[in-house]
Design a protein around this ligand. Structure first.
Ligand code: MRU
Length: 362
């Protein structure tokens, strides 16, 4: 399995996603601050992976404290949580993980737990989140795979036609690298391949950070799943040519009405899919659902540094002084979403109702 993040006796070991695919190297974060930096710098990225990384960061903070009782550790615990909450604003999994740790810590204080017990329980909770994430990916993978057709007209890598191949377009990287393993959107694809479906993946390169070209292509090639990288502006013509039978993407936050925040450019793909009558599926764990946020308009969208747009590989692309925007995410209105696939099942419109009902059952 791709080692996105691994707990070690010395700290959290991340595969460095800024270096892939040309270099497979690892970063060891031995303090919570180093984990926070890894999240900010995109060494680790993807909503579920960010959430579990934050959980391990809190565990590191608890293990490294010089406080001698849980009550003396409490102000430091709050500072650690605040630091992690300030890393990236859009993926709600980050806040879900921090809130879960806050509830646990409050319960441990109430129980009168010792500092050693607090350290053990917080680390155990982080391990549980890690395992739950992989299990959720596998479950949603199976649910989502069943939605994909048995046959299609997707093209193989050489561009020639291949009767029976299902062309699946994905955007960004919602794979093992964005989770603790297996992936959300790519989990659906992996599961479909395991079921014997002949899938050909079209991976949008995903400007400006190129998660599709660098990461999705790398991890699908490692699994020998046929993949073709396309520039973001090529999706429409492939759809028109009949090469794409389904779109499957991940999510960073799903609002209570079913609006979906995901990597910038996802909204374009959703509109194109709608225009061409192609199903547009969103695969995400329940930790990505934010029932406290009514609509997508209320989701905070991260604006990243201009240099990601102005430069590539250290080389300047744009004239000095030109205006630059770099919103890292966009919101796809619920009306473009054919189904939301979670580990709790496949949800359909009206999402206001199906999300609320599924949340109440969980
Ligand atoms: O900026 P990133 O790379 O963290 O954005 C990642 C995405 O938008 C993913 O599609 C999303 O987190 C789903 S990951 C399973």
């Amino acid at each position: 399995m791709i080692p996105t993040l691994t707990w070690t006796p010395d700290g959290v070991r991340f595969i460095d996603q800024t270096k892939l695919p040309l270099e497979e190297s690892y970063v060891l974060a031995t303090t919570y601050e180093q984990v926070a930096e890894a999240i900010v710098n995109m060494v680790v990225r993807g909503a579920p992976a960010i959430g579990v990384s934050a959980a391990y960061a809190i565990a590191l903070g608890a293990l490294r404290t010089t406080a001698v009782t849980p009550h003396l550790f409490a102000p430091e615990f709050e500072r650690i949580c605040a630091r992690l909450a300030a890393t990236r604003p859009t993926a709600v999994n980050l806040f879900w993980a921090i809130d879960r740790m806050k509830r646990l810590f409050a319960a441990l204080l109430d129980e009168g737990a010792t500092l050693v017990q607090v350290q053990e329980r917080i680390l155990a909770e982080a391990h549980a989140m890690y395992e739950e994430d992989i299990a959720a990916c596998r479950k949603m993978g199976a649910f989502g795979a069943a939605l994909l057709p048995d046959e299609g007209a997707g093209a193989p890598a050489d561009g020639s036609s291949s009767v029976g191949t299902i062309g699946v377009l994905t955007h960004c990287n919602a794979g093992a690298l964005a989770t603790c393993g297996y992936g959300t959107a790519l989990g659906v694809i992996r599961s479909a391949v395991e079921q014997g479906k002949r899938i050909h993946v079209f991976a949008d390169e995903t400007r400006p950070f190129l998660q599709g070209a660098r990461l999705t292509a790398w991890e699908l090639m490692a699994d020998h799943i046929p993949t073709t990288v396309i520039c973001d502006n090529m999706a429409a013509s492939l759809m028109r040519a009949g090469r794409i039978q389904a779109v499957v993407v991940g999510a960073d936050r799903i609002a209570a009405n079913g609006d979906v925040a995901n990597k910038i450019g996802t909204y374009n793909v959703a509109i194109l899919a709608h225009e061409h009558g192609i199903p547009f599926y969103v695969a995400a764990p329940w930790s990505t659902v934010d029932l406290a946020t009514a609509t997508g308009d209320l989701i905070p969208i991260e604006e990243r540094a201009a240099v990601e747009v102005t430069h590539h590989g250290g080389r300047q692309l744009t004239p000095n002084g030109v205006g630059i925007r770099n919103p890292a995410f966009d919101v796809t209105p619920a009306r473009y979403v054919t189904a939301i696939v979670t580990e709790r099942g496949v949800l359909r419109a009206p999402y206001g109702e199906s999300l609320k009902e599924t949340g109440a059952c969980g």
